[in-house]
Design a protein around this ligand. Structure first.
Ligand SMILES: [Fe+2]
Ligand SMILES: [Fe+2]
Length: 155
């Protein structure tokens, strides 16, 4: 089915975003593994897999709409040097995702492509959950201190 070029551009923009965070989270996840923060390693790894699935749905939709998925571009990665900075950078990335999915949903609504809109709404829900879980960890760090928090991340 031939898709609206504006929708395909929006999906490609979101795809670049997803591929960027997959890379950012893979690096953060492996840094945590290297430090022996096994639980944090697993949490971030799981998040990276969810983002990869988002990329997969976007690619599927672009192909269905007869567009070409752009998979060779990345935005700038924001790697944190320690766990606190990782959370701050990942929080920023997730807030940006929420903003961009909301904008994408609006573009789909304007173009009356409600099936694509539904796909984006589903992903937005995951991004909302990501913001929520990062904020939860940041609150724990504020209240218990980074050292106690990190001691809960060791297996
Ligand atoms: Fe995502
Ligand atoms: Fe996310």
């Amino acid at each position: 089915m031939k898709g609206d070029p504006k929708i395909i551009d929006t999906l490609n923009d979101l795809l670049t975003r997803e591929l960027t965070v997959v890379s950012q989270y893979m690096v953060h996840s492996e840094m945590c593994d290297n430090w022996g923060f096994d639980k944090l390693h697993e949490t971030i790894q799981k998040r990276a897999v969810t983002e990869m699935k988002h990329a997969e749905s976007l690619i599927g939709r672009i192909i269905f709409l007869e567009g070409i998925p752009i998979v060779s571009e990345l935005e700038k990665l924001h790697i944190g040097a320690d766990v606190t900075k990782m959370f701050a950078n990942d929080h920023e990335a997730e807030l940006d995702a929420v903003k961009r999915y909301n904008e994408g949903i609006q573009v789909c609504g304007d173009a009356k492509d409600f099936a694509t809109r539904e796909i984006l709404e589903h992903i937005l829900n995951d991004e909302d959950n990501h913001v929520n879980s990062i904020e939860e960890a940041q609150d724990q760090i504020t209240q218990m201190g980074i050292q106690v928090f990190l001691s809960t991340q060791v297996k």
